[in-house]
Design a protein. Sequence first.
Length: 83
Amino acid sequence: MLPPATGGSTAHVLAIDYALRPVLSSMGAAHVVPCWFTPDKEITVGEDGTSAVAPCTAEALVQVTDTFIAMPGGRTAVPAPTG
C-alpha cells in the first residue's frame, strides 16, 4: 500500500507514520511502503472541481508511484487522464 497524505504544514508529516501506518496495518495491509506527504499549499482546486499539484510535487509523485508499481506484486500503471 502506498499511503498519500496532505496537511497544512510539514508539522503534520509524522501523522503518516504514527497514525496512518498503524491503521493500515491493522486493516491487513501486507506491506506499507514509505508514505508520501504533500503540503496543502501545493494543491490547487479549479472552479470546475479538478485538482492539480505543483510541478515539483507532481514529478515526485510520479517517482514514488513508479517505485511502488515496480515492487514485487505491484500493479500495472494506470495512464493519467489527458485534456
